[in-house]
Write a protein that binds this ligand. Structure first.
Ligand SMILES: NC(=O)c1ccc[n+]([C@@H]2O[C@H](COP(=O)([O-])OP(=O)(O)OC[C@H]3O[C@@H](n4cnc5c(N)ncnc54)[C@H](O)[C@@H]3O)[C@@H](O)[C@H]2O)c1
Length: 354
């Protein structure tokens, strides 16, 4: 049971129970990390077969870690034994916190938050791993909005070190502190983000990506050449077209569309995504997207360099807007882009000497 102060919340070590609802890609790995950090984990999914698949995924990820010498076979066995499948909401009643990682739908998540609110003790926290839905709106489905927060893990959670701790309008400072402490206890680097559409990393990164798409589309530039120019010109490890293919162009189109609705035309992609999505070229998962498998990039020319300049200048502009709006502290903005997007340097630090 969580105590009132954050310093006490996770102090019960192995006796603290964490609930995970939604045993998909994200939930299964978050469960593994929590169990490997010594917590007891109760995992639940509407689909009982999904729990089995999630546990199999967690086991497979753990075996790969073992093969790389990162954990011992005994530690993995002990961690997996700490993950207990739940058959209904009542099995979550002993949890200090439940982290929800179900399908990205406000309707589905709100219905779940209402049920969790009824099933959990008053002091328990409820966190959402949503990539962009409003924490404030989810919290409003409960009678404990001050105990609701976002804990946004990045994919794959076992590898990515960043967790955005998202404060909704009514999230209490104690709850945010407890989120920070939990992320640290799970070996992650937390960054506190005041709720805004896209939160922090996706907001800055998608702004940069669509800027490059807009420029490249207007000039008919080769995507591979733009990617090479972006990697050459600044701290991003991968260009926006390759990254789009990795994320999935349908997923990206939906995120970019939401951000455009929220912030306006600076999030317009120049019409780059729709034709690919309509043709079923969704990126790596469909065998091709912006970049055809095995294609060689064109030479980096002036239009490609111009698209790269737009990529970085718009990333910096969005980072500055986040700063001005109080979304996050300057150092946290830079840490978030380094750990959440793999940049070798954050946009604000980079801008200082670029
Ligand atoms: N996949 C990513 O790259 C990524 C990254 C960061 C955050 N997220 C967020 O994490 C969440 C989960 O994403 P995912 O990719 O793991 O999805 P997924 O589709 O792999 O898994 C979702 C799981 O939730 C279950 N579910 C649906 N409704 C439920 C309910 N009412 N109660 C219990 N279980 C329910 C489904 O059966 C499924 O097993 C989403 O909010 C997503 O936006 C995803």
């Amino acid at each position: 049971m969580p105590a009132d102060g954050p310093s006490e919340v996770w102090s019960e070590g192995g006796r603290t129970e964490i609930g995970i609802v939604g045993a998909g890609v994200m939930g299964a790995e978050i469960a593994l990390i929590a169990a490997q950090s010594g917590f007891r984990v109760v995992i639940h999914d509407v689909d009982a077969a999904a729990v089995d698949r999630g546990l199999a995924h967690a086991r497979a990820v753990g075996r790969r870690q073992e093969a790389k010498g990162r954990i011992t076979a005994d530690d993995l066995t002990a961690a997996l034994a700490r993950i207990i499948p739940a058959s209904d909401d009542d099995d979550l009643a002993g949890c200090a916190i439940v982290i929800e990682a179900v399908t990205e739908s406000m309707e589905v998540k709100r219905a779940l938050f209402e049920r969790l609110d009824a099933a959990l003790p008053r002091k328990a926290l409820i966190a959402s791993n949503t990539s962009g839905l409003s924490i404030t709106a989810l919290a409003a489905a409960t009678g404990r909005p001050e105990r609701v927060l976002g804990l946004h893990f990045f994919n794959p959670p076992t590898v990515m070190r960043l967790v955005e701790v998202v404060r909704g309008e009514r999230t209490s400072p104690e709850t945010a502190d407890a989120g920070i402490a939990l992320a640290r206890a799970m070996g992650k680097t937390p960054v506190v983000v005041a709720e805004c559409p896209g939160f922090l990393v996706n907001r800055v990164l998608v702004r940069a990506m669509v800027a490059a798409y807009r420029h490249a589309t207007a000039r008919g530039s080769d995507p591979g050449a733009v990617d090479a120019a972006v990697v050459e010109a600044g701290p991003a490890p991968m260009g926006p077209f390759a990254l789009g293919d990795l994320i999935g162009l349908d997923t990206l189109a939906s995120i970019a569309g939401d951000l455009r609705s929220a912030y306006g035309e600076r999030f317009w992609d120049g019409g780059a995504l729709a034709p690919h999505v309509a043709a079923g070229r969704l990126g790596r998962k469909s065998g091709g997207g912006f970049l055809a498998a095995g294609s060689t990039p064109g030479a980096v020319d002036d239009p490609a360099r111009e698209a790269a300049r737009a990529y970085y200048s718009e990333a910096v502009d969005e980072a500055r807007r986040c700063l001005a709006e109080g979304v996050a502290e300057p150092d946290d903005i830079d840490v978030a882009l380094r750990l959440g997007a793999g940049w070798s340097e954050g946009p604000l630090a980079w801008e200082g000497h670029a």
